[in-house]
Design a protein around this ligand. Structure first.
Ligand SMILES: [Zn+2]
Length: 60
């Protein structure tokens, strides 16, 4: 049985193994994954996304 996990970006619930991206124990749903891939430095959300990625990548 698949377990419900939470996207580290938008906190949306998703099924483990069904979709999304696993990264250092964090999950990112497909929607956020696409947002990250498609964002450019010209986008308003780019800076915010970058900050969130940094928070996930940096091990505290
Ligand atoms: Zn998400």
């Amino acid at each position: 049985m698949s377990k419900l996990i939470q996207c580290s970006f938008c906190t949306e619930k998703l099924l483990e193994g069904q979709e999304g991206l696993k990264l250092k124990g964090h999950y990112i749903c497909q929607r956020c994954e696409r947002k990250i891939i498609n964002s450019t430095p010209q986008d308003k959300s780019y800076f915010l996304l970058k900050e969130k990625i940094k928070n996930i990548w940096v091990v505290r």
